[in-house]
Ligand binder design. Structure first.
Ligand code: SAH
Ligand code: SF4
Length: 393
């Protein structure tokens, strides 16, 4: 038998693994608690497990932690870890403490194949999917490392992390097979016990997979919208060319029948001169309120664009962001402007790029990638007309 990484299993998976070793399910529950609730990786230290089981585990399994390459702390308390996932790839995980919660932003892939215009992960191209163990390993490491530093929440629980957002590197719904057991570990009362409302999957909009998530493990859903019409969204989020806004919003509506919250959060990255005019805010309103085919209960989270050198884009001025928010709010839509955290350590949204990449391989990947960035309307329009479009709107 090859050695199994027990971080790869949800409780059912671990029970099946224990059965293969001739052990009962309740042993799996104990083992699961040792690993996830107590952060123990050494089977010898799991004192209430039978010696015979500990012996079997030692031969057949490990709890394989991620390899930390670096840790950076921001002046605002944000912490970013860079983990080595082999073959020149690194992923990033960000811890964001706030007054009433502590959120861990987790990566799902090394790189990303979606290739959004404004995202540094997207510019980097796709390396590979993370395993369940690598997704869960980010939470396991952060929770137990910070707990050991005495950073438990003040609410009497011994836990540190209260919320997880799948908003790090990668498109989680393009790594569904590994994501699903990882979500189950996050939610399991014998592991992290997070409520479905406090675990958020953020997606650039994979319609079919949104339906599967609704069916398999409905957690809070955030959808990265970024544009009020297909012509612009086609340019910013390439997978929109496959599933346009109408089918995306209909999938969101179907999701709400299963979701733990009664609204979808739409993320909207504010790009100067591209998608940030009051007219575009009104077009967005018409989309989510006025059109019977796309109407939906939603909140908006406006994300000031975090620039990175290769993007060629800039962040909307503060007054544009506020004016945009006002249009949405005045129509009764709850709209927040995301506070930018950890900018001094490049830990903000869209800045994660796993710096220690093997740059040669990355360059080769980018050269191989055929991403028609300016394909709106079928033509080869350069980015400038997008700004012009805003003028017209
Ligand atoms: N792939 C998923 C989740 C990861 S990205 C998705 O796209 O939803 C998490 C959020 O950060 C998304 O809303 C994404 O659009 C946003 N984002 C990406 N690059 C950004 C940047 N440079 N500045 C601000 N937000 C960005
Ligand atoms: Fe991928 Fe999300 Fe970045 Fe788009 S915004 S490239 S989907 S990580």
């Amino acid at each position: 038998m090859t050695t199994a990484n027990l971080l790869d299993f949800d409780l059912d998976g671990l029970a099946a693994f224990c059965e293969q070793l001739g052990e009962k399910r309740f042993r799996a529950t104990q083992l699961f608690q040792w690993i996830h609730q107590r952060g123990v990786a050494d089977f010898a230290a799991m004192s209430d497990l039978a010696k015979s089981l500990r012996g079997k585990l030692a031969g057949a399994a490990t709890v394989q932690p991620l390899t930390v390459l670096s840790e950076q702390a921001s002046a605002d308390g944000t912490i970013k870890w860079l983990f080595d996932v082999g073959a020149g790839n690194a992923i990033e995980t960000v811890f964001i403490p706030e007054d009433d919660r502590a959120t861990l932003c987790i990566s799902s892939q090394a790189g990303c194949a979606v290739g959004c215009r404004f995202c540094s992960t997207g510019h980097q191209g796709f390396s590979r999917n993370l395993s369940t163990g690598e997704i869960v390993g980010q939470l396991w490491y952060a929770e137990h490392t910070l707990r050991a530093r005495g950073m438990a929440r003040a609410d009497g629980s011994e836990r540190v992390i209260s919320n997880v957002v799948m908003m790090g590197m990668g498109e989680p719904l393009q790594n569904y097979a590994a994501l699903l057991p990882a979500l189950r570990v996050m939610l399991d009362d014998h592991a992290y016990g997070l409520s479905r409302r406090r675990v958020t999957v953020s997606t650039s909009g994979m319609v079919r997979m949104i339906d599967r998530l609704a069916n398999d493990c409905p957690v809070a859903l955030a959808v990265s919208l970024h544009a009020p019409n297909d012509a612009l969204r086609d340019q910013l989020v390439p997978l929109n060319r496959k599933d346009g806004l109408e089918s995306l919003l209909q999938a969101c509506r179907r999701y709400l029948e299963f979701a733990p919250r009664d609204f979808i959060t739409f993320e909207y990255c504010m790009l100067d001169g591209v998608n940030d005019s009051p007219a575009q805010a009104r077009e967005l309103l018409a989309l989510v309120q006025g059109n019977p085919a796309t109407r939906i209960a939603c909140k908006f989270n406006l994300i000031p664009f975090n620039p990175f050198p290769e993007s060629g884009l800039s962040c909307s001025p503060r007054e544009n962001v506020l004016a945009f928010a006002e249009v949405l709010r005045s129509a009764g839509i709850v709209t927040t402007v995301r506070k930018t955290r950890g900018v001094d350590i490049a830990a903000a949204c869209g800045q994660l790029a796993g710096e220690v990449q093997d740059r040669t391989r990355v360059r080769e990947r980018i050269a191989r990638r055929v991403v028609p960035i300016h394909a709106a309307g079928g033509g080869a329009a350069p980015m400038a007309p997008v700004a012009a479009q805003r003028e017209r709107a």
